[in-house]
Design a protein. Structure first.
Length: 538
């Protein structure tokens, strides 16, 4: 992200990174499956033949208790015949009409698809059992101007297993915190595009990662679903309460501009370049995946990779997607937003100990969980995705602003690298390295190898470059040492020219920001046809 901001210079007012949309899903483990529901019915002394009657009674009890607050406060309760109605827009209209600035705004009811249970009978075997299957039932949407979270809503399924969804927005939350702190700011929809104190605003966004989500969401459950405790009083305490997972998260990095007119032209240029330059390998690198040497997904990859651009009234959006996860860039008022959306956490890793493991078990890299316990790690991988996408876009800005001849001047000149400082204060002897020739076949091949997207995340080793340049290692150990030494000299040459840097405390190397900008332009020029160059010259 720093390279992208550096290319924009004083046009940037500031940067804010944090959650945008957060969708939490709560399940009751005591009734989420048929086995648990059978245990609940046994504790409630309800026979299988009376299940449907009991469900209707409990559903009525839950609905009446959930609507009690709205009736007491005179808030509107509206049934929606079309579940596709834009409920947020309707809630805002009601809030404006009734001048509601805090607390419950309204409650919407509508019938929507869900997963629930039904009784199945086998006339031949005379057996009866519960089956979990897709059904439809009444859902209640409670919209709030929450004192902490701002505009948000909670969705309650009124039939077993009473799944809940709570949707809030990190930028709404930020706006509330800024107002309470008396910090001036400007916002439109879910974007804070100007703030008097950027450091304080970023601290508020960072604090969102430290809250106790089960406690906060539990408070809202007691307000939206007050009948919960009485209905499930017979269930074991450890599985009686809702278990919360983050079904969808959006992590946004807003680059805020001083002038609105600067945003759209840059967004158009970057979107066009991203569609042209960023293929499957680059998209996989953005989202933390690796590709094959030829730039195609590995054989273990299943799913699809898509890229598309979409026009809006106020601008455009470029989106790269791998299955259910995506990274995108779009413009907002006086802001350019990079945003990573994660719906499937299993494509990422977290450093932790296995669940229910003994205390002496060491942590290891395991699949990222959707539970709120791993929400902090989800923010880390999302920010890394935004940073990689922004760094790739920074190379586009650099190429647009700098003639190719100026870009390669230093690379085509000899360079002297000063010696290292020793413990006694003296320095080792300085070294002079040859100039690079971007049009020579041996240098083009070397630059192509180190710029491959598969090395963009983990970096590269001497052995990686050796395999690309020479193929499989020979059985002759002397020849192997000769090849390894030759690659070491080439890596030192690239480091001297500022194209590579060494990863501290490792034997890996990675392409620098300057190197990525230079390599993109050099390889594009080297691979261009004469006709393409003539068109540019004309």
């Amino acid at each position: 992200m720093l390279s992208f901001i550096g290319e924009l210079g004083d046009r940037v007012l500031g940067v804010l990174s944090g959650f945008d949309r957060l969708l939490f899903r709560g399940i009751l483990r005591c009734v989420i499956d048929a086995r648990g529901l059978n245990g609940y019915l046994y504790g409630a002394k309800v026979s299988m033949t009376d299940y449907r009657k009991h469900v209707r009674q409990v559903s009525t009890q839950i609905t009446e208790a959930s609507l009690k607050q709205a009736r007491q406060t005179g808030r509107e309760i509206r049934y929606l015949y079309n579940s596709q109605d834009k409920k947020k827009d309707l809630a805002l209209e009601i809030a404006t009409r009734d001048r509601i600035h805090d607390g419950l705004i309204c409650v919407f009811g509508c019938v929507e698809p869900c997963m629930s249970f039904d009784v199945r009978r086998d006339r031949q075997t005379k057996k009866i059992w519960l089956e979990r299957r897709p059904r439809k039932c009444l859902h209640l949407y409670h919209y709030f101007h929450h004192s902490r979270w701002g505009l948000m809503h909670a969705r309650l399924q009124t039939w077993f297993p009473f799944t809940m969804q709570i949707c809030l927005n990190g930028r709404e939350w930020l706006a509330r915190d800024l107002m309470k702190a008396g910090i001036g700011h400007l916002r439109q929809d879910n974007c804070v595009y100007h703030v008097e104190d950027f450091e304080a605003a970023q601290r508020f966004l960072d604090q969102q990662l430290t809250v106790s989500w089960p406690a906060l969401l539990g408070e809202l459950v007691r307000q939206v679903h007050p009948a919960h405790e009485s209905i499930f009083a017979n269930c074991p305490h450890e599985i009686r309460n809702y278990y919360w997972s983050a079904a969808e998260t959006e992590w946004a990095t807003d680059v805020l501009f001083r002038h609105r007119a600067d945003v759209l032209p840059i967004a158009k240029r970057l979107a066009a370049a991203s569609l042209r330059l960023h293929g499957p390998a680059e998209v996989m690198r953005f989202l933390g995946r690796t590709a094959r040497a030829d730039g195609l997904p590995r054989s273990s990859f299943s799913g699809e990779i898509q890229s598309d651009a979409r026009l809006f009234e106020e601008g455009l959006r470029i989106k790269h997607r791998i299955n259910a996860n995506s990274v995108k860039m779009y413009n907002r008022p006086c802001a350019l937003r990079f945003e990573t959306t994660i719906n499937n956490t299993k494509e990422f890793k977290v450093w932790r100990t296995p669940e229910n493991a003994p205390e002496d078990v060491k942590p290891q890299w395991l699949k990222l969980r959707s539970g709120v316990a791993d929400l902090h790690r989800r923010a880390q991988v999302s920010q890394a995705s935004n940073d990689r996408f922004a760094a790739a876009q920074a190379a586009v800005l650099s190429e647009d602003a700098l003639p190719l001849k100026d870009l390669v001047t230093s690379l085509c000149s000899r360079v002297t690298r000063p010696g290292r400082e020793k413990a006694d204060g003296t320095r080792t002897r300085s070294r002079t390295f040859r100039a690079l020739n971007p049009l020579a076949s041996h240098d083009i091949r070397l630059l192509t190898v180190i710029s491959h997207p598969k090395f963009g995340i983990a970096g590269l080793h001497n052995a990686d470059v050796r395999a690309e340049l020479y193929g499989d290692d020979p059985a002759n150990r002397q020849e192997l040492r000769r090849r390894s030494s030759a690659v070491s000299r080439q890596l030192a040459l690239l480091r001297a020219h500022g194209l590579l840097e060494k990863v501290p405390k490792s034997q890996r190397y990675r392409v620098t920001t300057r190197g990525r900008q230079s390599l993109t332009a050099l390889l594009a020029a080297a691979n261009a046809t004469v006709a393409q160059l003539n068109n540019l010259a004309a």
